[in-house]
Design a protein around this ligand. Structure first.
Ligand SMILES: Nc1ncnc2c1ncn2[C@@H]1O[C@H](COP(=O)(O)OP(=O)(O)OP(=O)(O)O)[C@@H](O)[C@H]1O
Ligand SMILES: [Mg+2]
Length: 539
């Protein structure tokens, strides 16, 4: 009876040990799985990955030393180490150990190293990814803890995962490098193409002005048109590379989107592309102001309009609509053209994407227009979306941009209290109009002049409380204008704002002509706030 009890107890203990062993094994394999997944997902450079392999390899194999050695020019070179790997497997390794490390390259299984010094024994695992051996991983631990069959199994599996991760990292790095070289090449190509193109376009324009035989004029028109087309393509490539290198800058200012829509519409009307197309524009009577770069916003609208024309048969309607809600300006380009298939719709804004069908129709283009549109709109804090009920059902592109809010605009009292007479002197009609729109919508009375002597003549009767002068425009002596305006008795106290492309130290001029100098692009809020408060001095 007693013996039976002892036997049962022994069996129970054995079972307990087995259970514990199996739990331990399970934990080790789970650890192997976790580490393998971590290595597979790691998006790091090769150096960091090698370091991680050595460290995790030591961990999963309960080793105190680990080394990753890579094949380099026929030799094995230490790529990463954990513990005293240099002494055991690197420069300080025994000759025999070194020989075994190289041998392991030819093996498909683990190679055991019974004595490698420092009271350690080792195991070497070939790092094999698919058919290629990239190196070996060697681990070591104290001689009293020999490697088990489980260690060999785990080591072999770990080495396979590690080698695959290394190979992936290499491919990833090579792809990135190739991509970067391609981007560099595109940027250089566009610059190089642009250089001969500019004089060519100029020469063709000059040729057009000369009286010539009708045939020559006709040829000149064709060439000028094609050169213009080439120029537009080169500019597109340039923009793509600017975006890639994050070098696309915006010249932000207050912009009335009605002007943007009208300019883009007019440009399209002038282009032969629009011939025979029924394009119409609808804008509201009141300004729709946003903060933006007018040229870039025109590029957005022109791209959408060009697409509409390209992908719509003649005679079918194309509409450009501008409206607003409480917070956004909404611009829509709607056509009844070939439409966009449902599977293509989510991809139209991706760089270099074109629908198969449109390529077959030889519509040309690089497939970058909409990618540029999206990037530009997003830079302006807006969104763009595409809708189509499917092939043959027409398309609709909608751009939303946050409305610019003039401080105190909604508040009639603030508006009246701070209303100023502002004179804007700028020789660029677009900038002048943008500033005027901005300041008028903030409740100020605005007069404009394109330079001297108009500025002084207008100032004499308008008595500006604030004078904003473009500094650094080639045809405009801003200092002379400021001096002459201030010399008028009725303008002695006018507050003079200089708007320039570069920062300036105004304190040097005695007496100072400019009260403040703002560097373009000036934020709408800054300028409106400044004008509202600055004018008080003149009261
Ligand atoms: N209004 C539209 N109607 C139908 N398909 C369109 C329309 N606009 C764009 N697409 C589809 O989306 C694709 C991408 O347009 P995107 O403007 O980016 O390139 P593209 O017009 O082909 O070339 P480009 O770089 O000269 O603009 C087009 O090739 C076309 O298949
Ligand atoms: Mg396009």
């Amino acid at each position: 009876m007693e013996t039976e009890r002892t036997r049962l107890l022994r069996i129970a203990r054995q079972n307990e040990r087995l259970l514990e062993d199996s739990r331990e094994r399970q934990a080790r394999f789970q650890q192997l799985l976790d580490i393998s997944q971590e290595l597979a997902r790691a998006q790091v450079g090769e150096t960091v990955l090698l370091q991680r392999i050595a460290q995790r390899g030591a961990g999963v194999l309960n080793a105190d030393v680990a080394a990753v050695l890579l094949v380099d020019d026929g030799a094995l070179v230490l790529g990463a180490a954990f513990g005293d790997a240099d002494d055991l497997f690197g420069a300080g390794a025994r000759t025999e150990t070194r020989g075994r490390l190289v041998d392991a390259l030819r093996m498909s299984d683990a190679v055991m190293l019974p004595a490698i010094g420092w009271g350690r024994l080792g195991m070497v695992l070939p790092l094999r990814a698919a058919w290629k051996v990239v190196g070996v991983m060697a681990v070591a631990r104290h001689a009293e803890r020999p490697f088990t069959a489980d260690d060999v199994l785990i080591g072999t599996m770990f080495a396979t995962h590690a080698a695959t991760a290394l190979e992936n990292a290499r491919v990833y790095q090579e792809t990135r490098e190739a991509n970067r070289r391609k981007d560099d090449f595109l940027a250089r190509l566009a610059h190089e193409l642009r250089n001969p193109l500019a004089p060519l376009v100029n020469a063709l324009q000059a040729l057009g002005r000369l009286a010539a035989a009708p045939d020559v004029t006709r040829l000149q028109t064709i060439m000028a048109h094609q050169a213009g087309h080439l120029g537009a393509l080169v500019d597109e490539i340039l923009d793509v590379s600017r975006l890639r290198f994050d070098k696309l800058t915006l010249n932000l200012q207050a912009v009335d989107l009605r002007d943007v829509a009208r300019h883009s519409f007019d440009a399209l009307q002038l282009s032969p592309l629009a011939e025979g197309h029924d394009v119409a524009l609808a804008v509201p009577p009141e300004p729709i102001l946003v903060q933006g770069d007018p040229l870039r916003l025109e590029q957005v609208v022109s791209n959408l309009l060009n697409n509409a024309v390209k992908y719509t048969p003649r005679g079918e309607p194309i509409r450009l609509l501008l409206e607003r809600n409480a917070s956004d300006a909404i611009m829509t380009v709607r056509d009844r053209g070939i439409g966009i298939a449902a599977d293509m719709l989510p991809r139209v804004f991706t760089m270099f994407t074109q629908a198969e069908r449109s390529r077959h129709r030889a519509q040309g283009g690089l497939g970058v227009g909409l990618a540029l549109v999206r990037a530009l709109v997003e830079r302006h804090g807006g969104t763009v979306s595409a809708r189509s009920a499917g092939v043959g059902q027409g398309s609709e592109f909608t751009v939303r941009l946050p409305l610019w809010r003039a401080p105190g605009r909604a508040d009639g009292e603030t508006r009246a209290r701070h209303a100023r007479r502002v004179l804007i002197v700028d020789d660029d009609p677009r900038e002048r109009d943008a500033l005027r729109t901005l300041l008028e919508s903030a409740g100020h009375a605005v007069a404009v002049a394109d330079g001297h002597p108009a500025a002084v003549e207008v100032a004499a009767f308008f008595r500006p409380e604030v004078t904003v002068i473009d500094v650094g425009a080639p045809g405009l002596d801003s200092h002379e204008i400021a001096r002459r305006v201030k010399r008028l008795p009725q303008c002695r106290h006018t507050y003079v704002v200089g708007l320039g492309a570069v920062p300036r130290d105004l304190s040097r001029a005695r007496p100072p002509l400019f009260d403040v100098h703002l560097v373009k692009p000036v934020s709408a809020t800054t300028l409106v706030g400044l004008v509202a408060h600055a004018g008080r001095r003149a009261e």
